[in-house]
Design a protein around this ligand. Structure first.
Ligand code: CP
Length: 358
């Protein structure tokens, strides 16, 4: 049977997402029941980019389920340093392991890797594209801390252009009734148009503003993000954006007593350290809850037997089209072998790897 891969949270139906959240709650309550769920199984964690939470929470999740882990956290310590391409690394590692968790700096790399994996592959971040298990972490946290995923006014603040976790969270939360969004950023770092289109199509109210102080008093959730230095073309452009939004105690005084503060972490300077002691600061708990979400995901993927995660239609193979996203894996000369896969959505063609319109 064909195995399933988690490339984006959109690969899950809302029912499957709710099933995963429920299981995360059960595992948190009764970890003893699941401590042998993955006995004899091996997870490979392939991290081509730095990570603390995603990598270690997957490793911890697998070990707490009774499984074992292999992998690298610096590709320069693997044969990638000798020029091995993604296809060869994945083909080999999937013969050593039962499930792969991979982070890679290039957009579309997770989809590309999944073509050569004989085991389920989980996208742990592919450049600025998707980071589905962070969104899983976020929704598990909302469920644990707010008790619901609907009727929430969610403020997202910081780098809304480059923040893949922001895009993914907005997409997911727009499926639940009664949610609205306040998008707080400079004009240079607003969410991309396709995210606004998603909100419009879902009839989800949103406003865009550039002042955190003006927005904070009405929010149920404040999702802070760091300005993503590594995604800027020049240091000068980054310098203009850094430090614009800082959540401190004075601003927090204006917030509701039951507002919660989330942050995917790592933090740079956008949340003052003094905020950590406020009971509304949930970002360290969020990192812990992510481990339960990932434990649930591993259990469901390894148990799936085809029933968990739906299959996308086969892509259109076209030699006439080329992805115009310079950050796409198909434009990396080392990955020249990748089939030229696209998909059609309402008469428009999109790259099957990075979802860029061509
Ligand atoms: N939130 C997140 O992805 O953290 P890491 O980069 O440390 O994995």
């Amino acid at each position: 049977m064909k195995h399933k891969n988690l490339i984006d949270l959109e690969y899950m139906t809302i029912d499957e997402l709710e099933q995963t959240i429920r299981l995360a709650g059960v595992i948190k309550q009764r970890p003893d029941v699941y401590k042998h769920a993955c006995d004899g199984k091996i997870m490979a964690t392939l991290f081509y980019e730095p990570s603390t939470r995603t990598q270690m929470s997957f490793q911890t999740a697998m070990m707490r389920l009774g499984g074992k882990t292999i992998g690298f956290d610096n590709p320069m310590n693997s044969s990638v340093a000798k020029g091995e391409n993604l296809k060869d690394t994945i083909s080999v590692v999937s013969s050593y392991s039962d499930i792969i968790a991979m982070r890679h700096p290039t957009e579309g790399s997770a989809k590309a890797a999944s073509l050569y994996s004989d085991v389920p592959l989980i996208n742990c971040g592919d450049g600025g594209h998707f980071h589905p298990t962070q969104t899983l972490t976020d929704v598990v946290t909302l469920n644990f801390e707010k008790g619901r995923l609907n009727n929430l006014k969610i403020g997202l603040c910081g780098d809304l252009l480059n923040g893949r976790t922001v895009h993914s969270l907005i997409k997911t939360m727009s499926h639940f009734e009664g949610n609205s969004f306040v998008l707080i950023s400079t004009k240079e770092l607003t969410v991309p148009q396709y995210i606004k289109d998603i909100l419009d199509n879902a009839n989800c109210p949103y406003e865009e503003i550039n002042n955190l102080k003006d927005a904070i008093s009405n929010l149920d959730v404040l999702y802070m993000t760091r300005i993503q230095r590594e995604r800027f073309a020049t240091e000068e452009e980054y310098e203009k954006q850094k430090g614009v939004f800082v959540l401190d105690i004075d601003k927090l005084k204006l917030a509701k007593k039951d507002m919660i503060i989330l942050h995917p972490l790592p933090r740079v300077d956008e949340i003052a350290i003094e905020v950590d002691d406020d009971p509304r600061a949930c970002y360290f708990k969020q990192a812990e809850y992510g481990m339960y979400g990932r434990m649930a995901l591993i259990v469901l993927l390894l148990r799936a037997e085809g029933s968990f995660l739906f299959e996308l239609p086969d892509p259109i193979i076209s030699t006439e089209h080329k992805c115009s996203n310079p950050k796409c894996i198909t434009n990396d000369p080392q990955q020249f072998y990748l089939p030229k896969n696209f998909y059609d959505k309402n008469g428009r063609m999109f790259c099957d790897y990075c979802d860029y319109e061509v």
